[in-house]
Design a protein around this ligand. Structure first.
Ligand code: HEM
Ligand SMILES: [Ca+2]
Ligand SMILES: [Ca+2]
Length: 300
């Protein structure tokens, strides 16, 4: 008894199309909800499984933990839920809405489409300290691999899923320490950053400023393999991203996405869908576990 494609086909046949049209409507007025929803699904799955625990409001819930403070797109999930409760009350879980919305977000940014198994139920626990499961932006490749392995995801899944950084932005606060006084001597920047990229990032992130900067320079709105090219040329924005090029095993997967000669090629679009299905099945509650929330921001 796990998740399956088409779980709502008889109980709420319009479930998936309602989610898609809602994401589409919000995306039209604000394209930044696409990266927002993709990231939110990842942050949900890594804490208590994909159970919408990240959506709960209140003191001390996951939402209030540092990695989740900048999540975007809650209003999209709430909007879809309102419409789904009108169409099929008590049937569609918030966890499934988020999993479907993450897929739709990738499709809307010209990425691959894939079938999302559904049937997740919503959790009743949301505790800020559990968000420590999430990898941090200074994390070594080894430690990133460990945190993914703890969720049943291998090194290929890690490289593939972090490839989600092909869309969206980061606040300067998560990488400006790499630009100023990171080392003494030279330009003071992290030596793994491409030398000509340093002044560009410094201009976008003056000391003490906090702008948002593309994680995939030159291609932040498009779901493509450009992110991996940027890792090769030292243009990874987050320290954790650039480390995927330093570590031998993760570098190998990056190179396979780049189609480096002599290595078996990998297709980013195909693998992304596969790894997303794995990620969106982490710790799922099904059957009579958990509940179907009435409102996504509160336990029933
Ligand atoms: C080692 C693992 C990861 C680390 C350390 C990491 C860290 C970060 C950080 C620090 C940001 C910037 C947040 C902000 O300023 O708002 C970010 C953004 C983002 N992350 Fe990750 N991330 C990781 C893995 C993933 C995965 C697996 C996905 C999706 C499958 C993902 C999707 C995104 C997206 C789409 C954004 C842009 C969000 C936006 O524009 O609102 N990340 N990540
Ligand atoms: Ca969760
Ligand atoms: Ca891109």
């Amino acid at each position: 008894q796990g998740t399956r494609v088409g779980f709502y086909s008889t109980t709420c046949p319009r479930a998936e199309s309602i989610v898609t049209s809602t994401v589409q409507a919000h995306f039209k007025s604000n394209p930044s909800i696409a990266p927002g929803l993709l990231r939110m699904h990842f942050h949900d799955c890594f804490v208590q499984g994909c159970d919408a625990s990240v959506l709960i409001n209140g003191t001390g819930t996951e939402k209030t933990s540092p990695p989740n403070l900048r999540l975007r797109g809650y209003e999209v999930i709430d909007d879809a839920k309102t419409q789904l409760e009108a169409a099929c009350p008590g049937i569609v879980s918030c966890a499934d809405i988020l999993a479907l919305a993450a897929r739709d977000s990738v499709v809307m940014t010209n990425g691959p489409n894939w079938q999302v198994p559904t049937g997740r139920r919503d959790g009743r626990i949301s505790v800020a300290s559990d968000a420590a499961n999430l990898p941090g932006f200074t994390e070594s490749a080894d430690s990133q691999k460990q945190k993914f392995a703890a969720k049943g995801l291998n090194a290929q899944d890690l490289v593939t899923l972090v490839g989600g950084h092909t869309i969206g932005t980061s606040g300067c606060q998560f990488f400006s320490y790499r630009l100023y006084n990171f080392t003494t001597g030279g330009n003071g920047a992290d030596p793994t950053i491409d030398r000509s990229f340093v002044p560009q990032l410094q201009a976008l992130c003056p000391q003490n400023g906090d702008n948002r900067v593309a994680l995939d320079t030159g291609s932040q709105d498009r779901f493509d393999a450009s992110y991996f090219k940027n890792l090769r040329t030292g243009r990874g924005v987050l320290e954790s991203d650039q480390k995927l090029w330093t570590d031998a095993s993760t570098k190998n997967f990056v190179q396979r996405y780049l189609g480096v000669r002599g290595l078996p090629g990998l297709n980013f679009n195909v693998e992304f869908g596969r790894s997303m299905v794995k990620m969106s099945n982490i710790g799922v509650k099904t059957g009579t576990d958990g509940e179907i929330r009435k409102v996504c921001s509160a336990i029933n």
